[in-house]
Write a protein of this length. Structure first.
Length: 638
């Protein structure tokens, strides 16, 4: 089978590429060929060619913004959200294998045959508008911040730019960029709903929403009005598209009739009925926020911090972000200050936790922590998503509390931010006032996250093996040991006499007995009974059947003279109560001296974990026909 896919998220940064990577990994696992086009913040990459599409057996679109589907007419197509691409890639691919996907006929509607592929269209249209709006407010904010930082002069009224300075012009350009915010938002909401015919009506409706003079109001309807205008324009255009007209009129419908009629509809509805009431709501909200002091501002900071970190780039996060962006346009910078701090805290806090408390994380998670720190520096909250996906009940509360603490510190310190973005990068670019306390807020919030993780999360050695990783390991530095202190490869810890490629025992306890006897014969274990007690004590904590047909019983005992591994292969498999329900065919028993408990067995587990994640390697081991074959394969574990 050959599939093609498109992934895209509102910001075009993290989710876009995470979904692409997971789809590619799932396809490899399932033996399916796939090519994924990413429509990220830098534009389309790995673009699908006509030949790619022609040869494909199906199309997956995992996107939270509008994607042009016209090139896929006649193809089986799944149209779902980017989160399904991240969390359920195998399920999406398997739908094609089960022939559970409808053919796209060019109507814009694909039959959704499973609940997993359903997506809220309102959210998708809104996120499409947000994705196109963000660059305008980021650029506008940075230009204004740059102008004030370089060209500003301190006065009694605050930092001011002289009228005859070139920086005044740059400040005005930044303001012009801001003026596009609402029309772009509304235009691309309408575009997502009705395609190109909705673009002009949406932008016109957004422009009206942003200019109160159309409905005799001193205040504008702001981004809330822009959202309303975008949906009215989009659905008006979509409704008009469905009207049957003579063939001679069809060519001019998308370029004249639909845009004209939809523009009149949205303009009249907004001017006559919606504009003034929405503007009044927005003006009241702004006034209320401006008057917030003391405990009220703390409550607001707590709410904003919690919303930003709750879903890390999702709809709740976007509501808080858009609210702060709108306040910048209104001249209230002290709302975006706490938001900018809260944006960076989840990824920086989780990255910090992987460095401070290594025993809480798997090796691959610690690698992810490095990337998370980098993403946090640039204000990409999504950097914390991999941790939250694996352990939501511990990670999400931790990052929410950290973000709330950071937001409160920023709010009480009067931290303001002139650009609709977050993270240390905006502080370095001069967009933040009271920048010292801005960095303090981020640092304190990140430390709170790390400390909460240290309390809530168990050591990886002791907790149940996560399904995503399957093997509990820990990167504890090796101490000098009298023997085998430097483990180069797995075969340095075993011999061919400790390998049995045709284990006949049928129960877990029988296999354990046989393996211990082999270790006693080898001379590595001096007391059968004492070492078995250690092995069974570990089994009583949680099963060492880690799944994927693998079990790794291990024990630390004074009866062990030196680290040793026994390896048995059961062709039929043994019930080990494995986490994924599979029987255990590859069984590694690790024996380490008790005084080396903190080092050697963890290093051995690390060696095993890296190689046993390879499906092909495990299958080769299971199919080993001789001790020599198995030993040669074990030599690859290093």
């Amino acid at each position: 089978m050959k599939l093609v896919a498109i992934t895209s998220c509102p910001n075009g940064i993290a989710h876009t590429y995470m979904a692409a990577e997971n789809l590619e990994k799932a396809a490899t696992k399932l033996g399916v060929e796939i090519k994924v086009e990413t429509q990220g913040g830098v534009g389309a990459e790995n673009v699908l060619t006509e030949q790619d599409i022609r040869e494909a057996d199906g199309v997956i679109i995992a996107a939270d913004k509008a994607v042009d589907k016209s090139r896929f007419v006649g193809k089986r197509l799944i149209n779902t959200g980017v989160q399904d691409g991240i969390r359920k890639p195998e399920e999406l691919i398997q739908r094609f294998e089960k022939d559970n996907v409808s053919t796209y006929r060019g109507t814009g509607k694909e039959e959704q045959t499973t609940s997993s592929s359903k997506q809220n269209p309102i959210y998708r249209h809104l996120m499409n508008g947000v994705s196109f709006m963000v660059p305008f407010i980021v650029v506008g904010g940075l230009l204004i911040a740059l102008a004030l930082t370089i060209g500003g002069e301190p006065t009694e009224a605050g930092l001011q730019i002289p009228e005859d300075s070139i920086w005044k012009t740059i400040e005005a350009i930044g303001g012009a960029a801001f003026s596009f915010m609402v029309p772009i938002l509304a235009g691309y909401i309408a575009y997502s709903i009705a395609d190109k015919p909705g673009l002009a009506p949406g932008m016109i409706g957004g422009f009206i929403a942003a200019n109160g003079s159309f409905y005799n109001s001193e205040a504008s309807a702001g981004f809330l009005g822009g959202i309303i205008a975008g949906f009215i324009a989009g659905y008006a255009a979509l409704w008009i598209k469905k009207i049957k007209v003579p063939k001679m009129m069809q060519p001019i419908m998308p370029i004249i009739i639909i845009p004209l009629a939809a523009s009149l509809i949205v303009a009249l509805i907004f001017v006559l009925f919606i504009g003034a009431p929405v503007a009044q709501v927005f003006e009241s909200l702004t006034t209320w926020l401006a008057g917030m002091q003391g405990s009220s501002s703390i409550v607001l900071a707590l709410i904003l911090g919690a919303m930003i970190s709750f879903d890390m780039g999702g709809p709740v996060n976007k509501v808080a972000f858009m609210f702060g962006s709108a306040m910048i346009v209104e001249g209230n910078y002290e709302i975006m200050g706490p938001i900018a701090a809260a944006i960076a805290i989840p990824p920086i806090g989780m990255g910090l936790a992987t460095f401070m408390f290594k025993n809480k994380f798997l090796p691959e998670q610690r690698e992810t922590g490095k990337a998370s720190l980098t993403m946090g520096f640039f204000g990409i909250t999504e950097g914390a998503i991999p941790f939250a996906a694996q352990d939501p009940l511990r990670v999400i509360p931790s990052i929410m509390v950290g973000s709330m603490v950071g937001a409160v510190i920023a709010m009480l310190s009067g931290v303001g931010n002139r650009v609709a973005h977050g993270g240390p990068i905006v502080g370095l670019l001069g967009a933040v006032n009271n920048v010292f306390m801005f960095f303090v807020a981020i640092a304190v919030g990140a430390v709170v996250v790390a400390l909460m993780i240290s309390v809530l999360k168990k050591d990886v050695e002791l907790e149940t093996v996560p399904a995503a990783a399957n093997i509990p390991v820990q990167d504890t530095p090796m101490k000098e040991q009298p023997r085998h202190a430097d483990i180069v490869n797995l075969t340095s810890l075993t011999t061919k006499k400790l390998i049995d490629v045709d284990c006949k025992q049928s129960t877990r306890d029988e296999v354990i007995d046989e393996m211990i006897q082999a270790l006693v014969k080898d001379g590595a274990v001096t007391d059968y009974t004492s070492f078995k007690e250690a092995i069974m004590a570990r089994e009583s904590e949680s099963t060492t059947g880690i799944g994927m047909h693998v079990a790794i019983p291990h024990g630390k005992s004074d009866a062990v003279i030196e680290p040793r591994i026994a390896f048995f292969i059961s062709k039929e498999g043994v019930d080990w109560s494995s986490l994924d329900g599979t029987s255990s065919k590859l069984i590694f028993m690790i024996a380490v001296p008790k005084e080396q408990a903190g080092d050697q067995h963890l290093k051995i587990l690390q060696l095993l974990s890296r190689k046993l994640m390879d499906d092909n390697f495990r299958e080769k081991l299971i199919q080993s026909k001789s001790t020599e074959d198995a030993y040669q394969l074990l030599e690859e574990i290093k």
